[in-house]
Design a protein around this ligand. Sequence first.
Ligand code: NAG
Ligand code: NAG
Ligand code: NAG
Ligand code: NAG
Ligand code: NAG
Length: 381
Amino acid sequence: MAVSLTSLLCLSTVFLSSNLVFASKDCKFPALFNFGASSSDTGGFAATFESPVPPYGETYFHMPAGRFSDGRLIVDFIAHSFGFPYLSAYLNSLRSNFSHGANFAVAGSTITPPNSIPPQGRYIPFYLDVQLWQFLHFKNQSQIVKKIGDVFADLMPEEEYFAKALYTFDIGQNDLGNRIFRNLSIEEVNASVPDIVDSFTTNVRNLYHSGGRSFWIHNTGPIGCLPYILVNYPVTEDEYDSAGCAKPYNEVAQYFNQKLKEAVAQLRQDHPSAAFTYVDVYSAKYSLYTNPTKYGFELPLVACCGYGGEYNFGVVLCGQTATVNGTQIFGGSCGNPSVTVNWDGVHYTEAANKFVFDHIATGAFSEPPVPLARACHRFPE
Ligand SMILES: *[C@@H]1O[C@H](CO)[C@@H](O)[C@H](O)[C@H]1NC(C)=O
Ligand SMILES: *[C@@H]1O[C@H](CO)[C@@H](O)[C@H](O)[C@H]1NC(C)=O
Ligand SMILES: *[C@@H]1O[C@H](CO)[C@@H](O)[C@H](O)[C@H]1NC(C)=O
Ligand SMILES: *[C@@H]1O[C@H](CO)[C@@H](O)[C@H](O)[C@H]1NC(C)=O
Ligand SMILES: *[C@@H]1O[C@H](CO)[C@@H](O)[C@H](O)[C@H]1NC(C)=O
């Protein structure tokens, strides 16, 4: 009797603890679908317009790999953490493998429609609504491809992956940046934020209605710390913060983030069967400007690749050659991107991307504070 009582107790202990394990377990996402711009483009722009040239890609891929960095992006670290190969760009028809997801991000993309596109204009036609249309087309057609069952079938996700997948977003900086570059005043850019965020929310809602249930939404970074703003739109002396970033531009980004955070909270309230995680990438990135040495970085405001002035930006762009004062100058790499935050004046280095990934993956920058691997849950455990 005593023996069986003990084993009963043991059984119930096992049962209880396995329940606990169950409640806090990782989501085992079978696929990843990403939407965004250059910060998460793994080849869409390169397949459509032109490929980044050396030294882009020098650190990890040892050749340009369709990414606007010296190496991997946050989305690459996310895919890797799930045990997936790096995400193929939906627009890339060469050697793509979509069995664990697809990447709809294209460099330069905005949330709202661009007001001019190439060849006359300078913006990118793949704004968020278009990325959603492409996703819906992909979702439908991939299953037709699977049914045909030939060599292409294995390159497609399973039908049930769409409901269980993680949907990630990193978009919005170009909505602000393009307006700044059209010389809109800070107040005008700021005033456009609510419409931009509404348009974002509409797209996330459409994904929810198509069956998505887990959403991981990055906010936008401190745009006022980037050389492309600091060089082209210098502010008055009292408008730089102690890290040397331009405060007015960062304040617009903060307002965007405040509105985005409210919008994500509303989504969470409206759709209780889904998990919407807001991720404060801004704060993770900003700590690289306020405490660079603590994290092993130096001169965070200075671009590694390119040439010109105090931010090493603007005279010769990364990978370009130009004649400066009668001398041919190549906009090459600084040689130590592993201790540099900014790669080319606009984009982050692999080292900085890894830093941000390591910090956000824990859930320390999320609302609710769920880690990346558990982002199918609405509440932290
Ligand atoms: C596609 O990717 C999956 C997952 O990594 C892999 O198992 C499969 O072999 C790949 N297919 C091809 C044709 O490379
Ligand atoms: C998929 O596409 C086919 C052919 O265009 C269409 O008939 C069907 O309704 C679509 N299915 C879904 C789920 O959108
Ligand atoms: C913005 O202003 C700068 C400086 O005045 C000017 O060179 C540039 O052409 C303007 N850009 C646009 C899009 O109007
Ligand atoms: C942006 O607009 C909001 C709401 O009107 C305001 O609270 C905020 O101070 C503005 N920020 C800037 C930088 O103009
Ligand atoms: C070109 O030469 C002039 C005169 O020496 C100098 O002021 C300027 O900084 C130089 N420009 C660059 C981009 O090096």
